[in-house]
Ligand binder design. Structure first.
Ligand SMILES: Cc1cc2nc3c(=O)[nH]c(=O)nc-3n(C[C@H](O)[C@H](O)[C@H](O)COP(=O)(O)O)c2cc1C
Length: 430
């Protein structure tokens, strides 16, 4: 009897709680009215409390208040194995958390009484002007998130005038992506680790298609341990073998090299005429990068630089720009925020080449912080894929629009009407 009384009292307490509104409150009131002493009543009430604390997922892209609003919608729509590929990092995903935490370590120092009635967030990268400093970073396999994949992203990039960097492991060819973008994009290169002849074919194709730069990613050369991806794939009721010949992903590998069928669906790795092999020896080094620079007419940037020493070497070798990046916490589990690496990378770059910061950028405040620390621009990965997975092109456009609006607002609030007016004095360590 005392159990029943306790339950009744608890339900009455819940029914009166301001936590509940509308439907949830009515449901609790019904429970109280029935005084149902069933075993599961309490569980149900607790579930109601939990449910009432979750924000309702948005139904339309236009309802989003910030980029995080797209994440739960995308999670519901993307198959769990693919979600694990998107959301996961390496080992225990600590570097993903570090990337966000890195921004939380900085505070703003807004300057007052500056006329910011007009804000211009445009930047120039390798001689080209962009309305915002927000770059659409390379993300592989985008048809795993939405049937139109990179095409939808290219159309959104066109609509919102953003620089897009296409991944080597994109599910859309560079020719189709440039046609959809209606302008050149940058090409992110993963070289053929075994065959220089094949890498050269990829480079020639990219040049012929009209890319305006090559971004060589240097942080995955040793592989990476994607545990969240593997765990998610194990929870996926579908059979990975239906699409991926090599089966589910395995720890310690970035992709599944045995997945020939999967690879055959990557346009940039297929369709080349046979040529004699030129076997590579060992992993890529600075000498290899030099070979790449000598081979292409396009400017070469490096993505994945996190130290002053490597930034210095890059400048000395004529590299045209850097992405200060830890691959969104998907390479080594350094547990160091990319924004924490930024000051030393900038020191190494000595202002001679642009430095783009990516990893954990989710708010206009983050964009502003990175620029105040000295970055030329920022890159985003997961946020625009949340938009893509949730609402296709419209979702990507809305993510870009929100980040632009937030960035311009923070610039206005801090007394910086242009990117050039954002200074190191606008931020302070917390
Ligand atoms: C699912 C996924 C796939 C990615 N694929 C690539 C890729 O093919 N090439 C590359 O250089 N970076 C790739 N990245 C890294 C992004 O370019 C970027 O560095 C990172 O996502 C930035 O961190 P953020 O996701 O916190 O914004 C990928 C990131 C994610 C999340």
């Amino acid at each position: 009897m005392s159990d029943v009384q306790d339950r009744r009292r608890f339900l009455a307490f819940l029914a009166a709680s301001p936590l509940f509104a509308g439907e949830a409150q009515a449901a609790v009131r019904r429970l109280v009215a029935r005084e149902a002493p069933r075993r599961d009543t309490l569980d149900f009430a607790v579930q109601l409390v939990d449910a009432s604390r979750q924000p309702t997922p948005i139904r339309r892209a236009a309802d989003a208040l910030d980029v995080f609003d797209f994440e739960p919608v995308a999670e519901r729509r993307i198959p769990i194995a693919h979600w694990g590929y998107l959301a996961g990092g390496t080992d225990d995903d600590a570097t993903i958390a570090a990337n966000r935490d890195g921004f939380a370590r900085w505070a703003l120092r807004p300057r007052r009484l500056v006329d910011t009635s007009r804000v211009d967030a445009s930047v120039t990268l390798l001689g080209q002007r962009w309305p915002t400093p927000i770059v659409i970073n390379p993300v592989g396999y985008q048809r795993a998130f939405h049937p139109l994949g990179e095409l939808a992203v290219a159309r959104a990039a066109r609509a919102k005038e953003h620089l897009q960097v296409l991944s080597t492991v994109s599910t859309t060819s560079i020719e189709d992506a440039i046609a959809a973008r209606g302008a050149p994009l940058w090409y992110q290169l993963y070289h053929d680790a075994g065959d220089w002849a094949r890498t050269k074919q990829i480079v020639r194709r990219v040049e012929a298609a009209g890319a305006s730069a090559i971004v060589f990613t240097v942080d995955l050369l040793a592989g990476s341990n994607r545990e969240t991806l593997v765990r998610s794939a194990r929870r996926d009721p579908r059979n990975c073998l239906t699409c991926h010949e090599g089966g589910p992903p395995v720890p310690g590998m970035t992709g599944n090299v045995a997945d020939r069928r999967g690879q055959s669906r990557i346009p940039m790795l297929n369709g080349y005429p046979p040529v004699p092999r030129e076997p590579e020896v060992g992993l890529a080094t600075w000498e290899w990068v030099k070979r790449l620079q000598d081979t292409t007419t396009l400017p070469v940037l490096l993505k994945g630089i996190v130290t002053k020493e490597d930034a210095e070497l890059a400048v000395a070798q004529g590299i045209r720009g850097l992405f200060c990046s830890n691959h969104g916490g998907r390479a080594e589990n350094s547990r160091r925020a990319s924004v924490a690496s930024l000051p030393e990378v900038l020191e190494g770059a000595q202002g001679k080449i642009p430095v783009i910061l990516d990893g954990g950028v989710r708010r206009g405040t983050d964009v502003f912080t990175a620029l105040a620390l000295g970055a030329t621009a920022v890159g985003i990965g997961r946020p625009y894929i949340w938009g893509l997975g949730a609402f296709g092109q419209e979702g990507v456009e809305m993510v870009l629009a929100i980040l632009r609006k937030e960035t311009e607002l923070v610039m206005a609030q801090c007394g910086a009407p242009s990117i050039a007016r954002i200074t190191r004095a606008h931020v302070v360590a917390r």
